[in-house]
Design a binder for this molecule. Structure first.
Ligand SMILES: [Zn+2]
Length: 148
């Protein structure tokens, strides 16, 4: 975590609660091929939490990660502003950091969103910006008319 991070991280209780919601969601993961269940809990600015799990497929390349499932659920319900996303893998005490694709999708909806990850008995917090330096963003496109 950057010492110069100007973004407010979550208070420990909120972060822990979000991680617990990710853990509860994980029970719904559909991961018969990797046997690597992942849960995510995405905290929207309006206070709602959208959970997600990884969803695999016999055609392996069609799998979707837990974080993106949560983002797509929220966006499909008209929610675009997020405060934080907790992610938990198969082991409760081992960090399960978002993959590159998920980092990019999370960045789209909140470069300063806080990512909460397990870390032994505690937890770690990062911002998406920290996890994806030099991200590709809409400002780099010739036309930046991003519907909100
Ligand atoms: Zn991912």
């Amino acid at each position: 975590m950057s010492e110069h991070n100007p973004v407010a991280l979550l208070d420990p209780d909120t972060a822990r609660n979000l991680l617990e919601q990710a853990k509860a969601a994980r029970t719904h993961a559909y991961a018969p091929y990797s046997r690597f269940p992942v849960g995510a809990a995405l905290l929207a600015r309006d206070g709602r939490v959208f959970t997600g799990v990884n969803v695999e497929n016999a055609s392996y390349g069609l799998a979707n990660c837990a974080e993106r499932t949560a983002v797509f659920k929220a966006v499909s319900e008209g929610v675009h502003e997020f405060v934080a996303c907790a992610v938990i893998g198969p082991q409760d005490d081992v960090e399960c950091s978002p993959c590159g694709s998920c980092r990019q999708v999370l960045f789209e909806f909140g470069p300063d969103m806080v990512i909460v990850l397990a870390d032994g008995p505690g937890l770690k917090q990062y911002t998406v910006r920290e996890l994806l330096p030099g991200a590709f963003e809409s400002a780099r496109l010739p036309r930046t008319e991003v519907p909100v």
